[in-house]
Design a binder for this molecule. Structure first.
Ligand code: IVH
Length: 650
């Protein structure tokens, strides 16, 4: 780096920092910021005479914003040194072991939220203060009191500062953003910004509506007797604070690395966003001996996870036509490696989203990849535009069959039932896992069968023979026979799969199960009133079923004859009981297998679902209940142990 590049880099960092800290509206990713920050640090180490007073390295923390009363922390809130890989960790460990050989480590997640200091006096929460610059923060006690995971009183009467991170769970973040989208408000870029923004609301009712969660990670001023950090933390948890989703005391580097790998592997399944693992020396006496540099404690380090957000460029917007005819836009982006996966496409949901987010061809954007969901664009970097970006115009004709498209509310649809894309996608859907689960009938083969004219609709699948398949390129006897076997195996399956496979608009797996259970084979003769009377089926869905049956009755009967699905045994109506008609989620280890308990609850008329949501009525938990329990508590859902459930039923 040359001097003028250094000056530019400092300016850039300050711009990024202002957007991040002051405006709660980041214009870059943490990764880009961190990389530049470290380059600046390196330059400054080599040229101390050039250090600018405005460099972000020259201040610890950041400015306190106007609007709240400023308040001093009783003891300083420190920040952490970051390491990004095994090598960085090794260096830190070597340095730390040099200070003290006989140490162990306490490892816990690095939460991605906003830090908070809680002061308790005489067992009462008297102050909640944001981190601010580490010495002085903002007094936000009223807002903090709205957070359910912050106890207002604790069984510890001496003065204590409890530090932790305020986070927003990932699904709550989605909910808030959906609501903001509906209201036309600017979206939060990530859960961290949503947490920080929610915490600093002048109106506490807004804070209260955001379901914030407090996760403690340490103490400031305290008179606790424990000599080991993990013992102190166990004591803090016992006062009514949340435990981390994972924590461990590690003896050496191998144990640290192994916990890090586990945490990184499981990170998607945690309710909150993590951006790394924090490693702290467990022995308090050693911590005190090691002390601090100007900025960070020597006894702790943040071992960061690879970023899930990256900056890339929108090269093109292509159109996909689904089995229902809906045309969806997909962004083609400059290939970008995110955590080991090369991302080339990002979903755009619908055309309104392109307009709302003002995504233009050539735009620089931040994309987020989490788990196996398709990456999405979370932010357009409008300040990076140079005027060459082009506005995308909505299509008027189907990109596949060229017929005219119809706008139906937010959707744009191809109306042509014979459109190749619609036919091919409906066959792929028919064969997919939650439908008839036909192994080996993926996109490529369906396209091939369609293109040579062997399969023009799902019915044709059952006319395929070895001879016909052997005429296809790439098909040898074994592959052909396997495909025929898989098609044969799709016969005699559960009836709900059959209904689901028909691909009736608005009718997914759950509705298919409901229809199959309620009507059996007679579902094609059900009236609108009968269909609407089913739990969870509304008018639009019922009309969709009726219209589908009206147009396709012959095909349904023909397929039914070919596939011979099993007619479900209709359940007797359950007697009145507290679980009848309720949605129940099971978690943790129970005295019997979960399948047995699920069966029993279903026979009582309950719906057993696998994930906790607002619609859940009860959570029944066994030993070692994890994130589902946490989530249920945060949503205020009734949680029962297995034995309480059994008592209720007696
Ligand atoms: S300990 C003495 N532990 O990360 C060390 N910090 O980058 C002080 N953070 O300002 C911090 N999870 O807001 C610690 N398990 C954890 C954390 C954590 C998240 C945040 C915290 C801090 C920032 C430093």
């Amino acid at each position: 780096m040359k001097k003028n590049e250094y000056i530019n880099a400092v300016e850039k960092l300050n711009l990024y920092a202002k957007h991040y800290y002051v405006l709660d509206d980041p214009i870059t990713t943490d990764e880009v910021y961190d990389r530049l920050y470290h380059e600046v640090l390196d330059y400054e180490e080599a040229h101390p005479e050039d250090i600018l007073a405005s460099s972000p390295t020259q201040r610890v923390g950041d400015s306190v914003s106007e609007g709240f009363v400023k308040e001093k922390h009783l003891s300083k809130m420190w920040s952490l040194e970051d390491v990004f890989d095994r090598e960085g960790l090794e260096k830190w460990l070597t340095k730390t072991y040099k200070l003290d050989k006989n140490i162990t480590f306490y490892c816990e997640p690095k939460y991605d939220g906003a830090s908070l200091n809680l002061i308790y006096e005489d067992g009462k929460l008297i102050k909640g203060i944001t981190r601010g610059d580490g010495s002085v923060g903002e007094l936000i006690t009223q807002n903090v009191k709205t957070i359910h995971s912050v106890p207002l009183e604790i069984e510890h009467k001496e003065l204590i500062e409890i530090r932790g991170e305020v986070v927003i769970f990932k699904d709550e973040f989605e909910r808030i953003n959906e609501e903001r989208l509906k209201k036309g408000e600017q979206l939060f870029a990530n859960p961290r910004n949503a947490a920080a923004g929610s915490l600093r609301q002048l109106d506490s009712t807004i804070t209260a509506s955001r379901n914030l969660v407090f996760l403690p990670y340490g103490v400031g001023v305290n008179a606790l007797p424990q000599k080991l950090l993990h013992k102190k933390m166990e004591y803090i948890y016992s006062l009514g604070f949340r435990k981390p989703p994972k924590r461990a005391v590690c003896k050496d580097r191998d144990e640290i690395e192994s916990i890090y790998q586990q945490m990184m592997h499981d990170r998607e399944s945690y309710a909150m966003m993590l951006d790394g693992m924090v490693i702290k020396v467990d022995e308090i006496a050693a911590q005190i001996d090691m002390g601090y540099t100007v900025k960070v404690p020597r006894y702790a380090v943040a071992y960061k996870f690879p970023a899930v957000e990256k900056i890339t460029t929108v090269k093109d917007i292509v159109l996909q036509v689904g089995r229902t005819g809906a045309v969806t836009p997909v962004a083609v982006v400059e290939p970008t490696n995110i955590d080991g996966v090369v991302v080339e496409r990002a979903t755009l949901h619908n055309f309104d989203e392109i307009e709302r987010k003002d995504i233009r061809l050539g735009d620089k954007v931040i994309i987020l990849r989490s788990g196996d969901v398709i990456p999405k664009i979370i932010k357009v970097l409008t300040h990076e535009r140079d005027g060459s970006e082009q506005i995308f115009t909505k299509p008027t004709h189907c990109p596949v069959c060229k017929s005219e498209l119809l706008q139906e509310e937010v959707l744009i649809k191809c109306q042509n039932l014979e459109c190749e894309a619609r036919v091919v996608n409906s066959i792929i859907y028919f064969a997919s896992k939650p439908c008839l689960n036909i192994d080996g009938l993926g996109v490529k083969i369906v396209e091939q069968l369609f293109n040579v004219g062997l399969v023009k609709s799902v019915v044709d699948l059952f006319d395929l023979t070895l001879e016909k398949l052997l005429t296809l390129e790439g098909f040898k006897e074994k592959k052909a026979q396997n495909l025929l076997n898989s098609i044969e195996a799709s016969k005699g399956k559960e009836y709900w799969r059959f209904i689901n496979a028909l691909g009736i608009e608005h009718i997914g797996e759950v509705a298919s199960k409901t229809l199959a259970e309620r009507f059996g084979f007679a579902f094609i003769d059900a009236t609108k009133e009968e269909i609407i009377s089913c739990d969870g089926i509304g008018e639009e869905m019922a009309e969709s079923v009726l219209e589908f049956v009206r147009v396709n009755r012959e095909t349904i009967l023909k397929l039914q004859e070919l596939l011979k699905p099993q007619e479900p045994i209709k359940r007797e109506e359950a007697k009145e009981n507290p679980f009848k008609g309720k949605t129940v989620v099971l978690t943790g280890t129970m005295s019997e297998s979960r399948g047995v308990i699920k069966e029993m609850l279903e026979s009582l008329g309950a719906k057993v679902s696998s994930s906790v949501s607002k619609k859940t009525d009860f959570l029944i938990y066994g030993e070692d209940a994890g994130s589902k329990y946490d989530k249920a508590i945060s949503l205020g859902i009734k949680c029962l142990t297995e034995s309480v459930m059994k008592e209720i039923l007696q």
